[in-house]
Design a protein around this ligand. Structure first.
Ligand SMILES: Nc1ncnc2c1ncn2[C@@H]1O[C@H](COP(=O)(O)OP(=O)(O)O)[C@@H](O)[C@H]1O
Ligand SMILES: [Mg+2]
Length: 372
């Protein structure tokens, strides 16, 4: 029986829809394009970038390098992520025969150590100076360029907007990466405002460096066969209205849709589930997660909790400037703005076209039903 997966990276056969997106993206990458892949959190970006794209476009002697910049706060963080991505990518893609020679071609001025794993036959190697620190930013970037000039290459930069804190790092990255005219690259991100500042603002080093591709919400017609395949073996019939409601409560977030799907698959059998049943089972699911949610809420300040609860009640909220929102939160506009910008930076809320919502739809539902 096929399963629902959530909170983890998935492969192609575990994705609903997205065939057309993947085809479109691959076509662009094969033509050597550079893309900004935007979607809110938990829309499948990392899965597509890490688990699918390299396989789809690989050719002879191919190397894909994947860098995750989630949460980086300093130049040191960035260097650690870069050296990790380079060492992982090279150990995965370079043939083990003549591995050392292959490395020497691309890792100039860089200290590295190789340890063959006698059990798996794989080679693990690490890039680090004698003191155990990552090499300097420019050294790492130059190696990345060297790799892409030596092998057909795909460069993937996940949560790239998190590098926005340093103009200097972005500047150095741009001046090295622009040497690679025909190397396909994907810059992934889940924070639209910050991504736009990087790629659309003419003061930015990455101004118009890459073309935007947006992953849109998956239509209900695509969720239908996906659910059928996974609940039919348990003789469950989810009515159309129930599925529509499930997707609506999940605010279109695929991860949440799959989490509820997994709950249904694990807790029911021989049953028809209509809209009313769905409400009840979502409530049960929320109760089973209550402790975790309470803990998350306790980490918030009083005003953060107020703003988050108001967003949870409203769903997508455009009118954060309005009197209504100020009444709902019992806070001043400047206070609201400050809290919103912090919650946004922390990834607790999402923004799109100046509308905001709680990032995790289940936490939003929990807040709605557990208002103090
Ligand atoms: N098209 C899809 N079909 C089914 N599940 C999906 C789809 N897209 C995303 N998911 C769900 O989202 C989860 C997180 O995916 P991930 O690649 O980490 O997203 P992102 O990088 O956008 O945050 C997966 O575990 C899966 O449950
Ligand atoms: Mg991701």
């Amino acid at each position: 029986m096929k399963e629902f997966y959530y909170n983890i990276l998935v492969s192609k056969e575990d994705l609903a829809d997205r065939k057309e997106d993947i085809d479109n993206i691959c076509k662009l990458l094969k033509a050597g394009k550079k893309l900004v892949l935007y979607a809110p959190r938990r829309y499948g970006k990392s899965s597509i970038a890490k688990n699918i794209l390299p396989d789809e476009i690989k050719k002879k002697n191919f190397v894909a390098l994947y860098f995750d910049f989630m949460g980086v706060q300093s130049i040191d963080d960035v260097c650690v992520r870069l050296s990790y991505g380079i060492s992982q990518g090279l150990s995965h893609y370079l043939p083990s025969k003549n591995f050392f020679e292959g490395l020497k071609k691309v890792l100039k001025n860089m200290a590295f150590s190789i340890e063959p794993d006698t059990l798996t036959g794989e080679i693990s190697f690490t890039i680090a100076t004698k003191e155990g620190r990552p090499p300097a930013l420019l050294t790492l970037l130059k190696s990345m360029v060297q790799i892409a000039e030596t092998y057909p290459c795909l460069l993937l930069f996940d949560e790239f907007q998190d590098v926005h804190f340093s103009k200097d790092i972005l500047g150095q990255m741009r001046s090295e990466l622009q040497k690679l005219k025909n190397t396909p690259m994907v810059f992934l991100g889940s924070k639209r405002q910050l991504l736009s500042q990087i790629f659309q603002s003419n003061h930015s080093a990455f101004f118009q460096f890459a073309d935007e591709y947006v992953l849109k919400p998956i239509p209900i017609e695509e969720w239908e066969p996906f659910f059928d395949e996974r609940v039919k073996p348990k003789k469950i019939k989810l009515t159309h209205d129930a599925l529509v409601e499930l997707v609506r409560l999940s605010l279109d977030v695929p991860n949440t849709i799959c989490e509820i799907g997994s709950y249904i698959q694990g807790h029911f059998e021989n049953q028809k589930i209509d809209q009313k049943d769905l409400f009840i089972l979502v409530k049960e699911l929320l109760e089973s997660k209550a402790e975790g949610f309470q803990y998350q809420i306790q980490q918030l300040t009083e005003s953060e909790r107020k703003v988050l609860t108001a967003l949870a009640v409203n769903g997508w909220t455009k009118e954060i400037q309005s009197k209504k929102f100020q009444n709902q939160t019992d806070m001043s506009l400047s206070g609201i703005k400050k809290v919103i910008s912090k919650l946004y930076r922390l990834g607790i809320i999402e923004e799109e076209n100046l509308s905001y919502r709680v990032s995790n739809p289940l936490l939003g539902l929990f807040l709605q039903t557990h208002r103090r």
